[in-house]
Design a protein around this ligand. Structure first.
Ligand SMILES: Cc1cc2nc3c(=O)[nH]c(=O)nc-3n(C[C@H](O)[C@H](O)[C@H](O)COP(=O)(O)OP(=O)(O)OC[C@H]3O[C@@H](n4cnc5c(N)ncnc54)[C@H](O)[C@@H]3O)c2cc1C
Length: 198
């Protein structure tokens, strides 16, 4: 019965490809696009753009690698909470996930392979954080400033910055027998110290 999930995923991908294939974009070479973030959303946007013949795009990523959430987090036991098969794109299926709910490491590897397969690494500026993005009404372009002080311009801007990337340490109460251990929010403490210095 283990074959059933991959079978349905492939069947779904086939039907989808049949009816929802991406049409080539006219005059694509006249336009440019900046994608912010090289997680699942940013990489998928890039692949979809490539499919339409849109080649003039850059991905800006503040981390040193692709994968977003799955690159930023590495704590023990990190894993997705859905079937791994659902976590792969229909155009880049992986049939040999080692576990039903794969580890963060495996997911990170999947996105690295995806970027490699579609030649996206050359399109990504790693270690580059977007500091601001302003629409210039006169010239009709986005003006994007990076952490390196660079100013980039593009007709389109895609925000693929995610929302779960960074840990929020909070006050946790762990009960073990009658012992209660309180773990304090170190980040808040640090913030309080910083604020009090101001
Ligand atoms: C522990 C954990 C488990 C999860 N499990 C599941 C699951 O089982 N199923 C599920 O569907 N989802 C799960 N999620 C949600 C997961 O975040 C999404 O599935 C998905 O990975 C989000 O992809 P994304 O590309 O939208 O965002 P992200 O993966 O967060 O990627 C955003 C990227 O944008 C970059 N970025 C952000 N701001 C800037 C900036 N200003 N300049 C440049 N780059 C920037 C970041 O560095 C990052 O690489 C989980 C999340 C966590 C944290």
């Amino acid at each position: 019965m283990a074959w059933i999930t991959p079978f349905f995923v492939r069947f779904y991908a086939f039907i989808r490809a049949l009816f929802l294939s991406t049409k080539p974009l006219k005059n694509a070479e006249n336009y440019s696009c900046i994608i912010v973030g090289a997680g699942a959303a940013g990489l998928n946007t890039a692949v979809q753009l490539q499919k339409t013949g849109f080649k003039n795009f850059t991905i800006l990523e503040k981390q040193k690698t692709v994968g977003g959430t799955w690159a930023a987090n590495s704590y023990p036991g990190l894993a997705c909470d859905v079937y791994s098969h659902y976590y792969s794109f229909s155009y880049f299926l992986k049939h040999d996930w080692p576990r039903m709910a794969s580890s963060g490491r495996e997911l990170h590897l999947y996105f690295k392979k995806l970027a490699e397969h579609f030649g996206l690494n050359d399109k990504i500026k790693f270690n580059t954080e977007v500091k601001s993005a302003i629409w210039n009404e006169e010239s009709k372009v986005w003006e994007v400033t990076t952490s390196a002080g660079e100013l980039l311009r593009a007709n389109f801007l895609v925000g693929a910055t995610g929302f779960y990337l960074y840990r929020q340490l909070s006050k946790v109460m762990i009960s073990f027998s009658s012992l209660i251990i309180e773990v304090f929010d170190l980040e808040n403490k640090a913030n309080e110290t910083n604020n009090s210095l101001e």
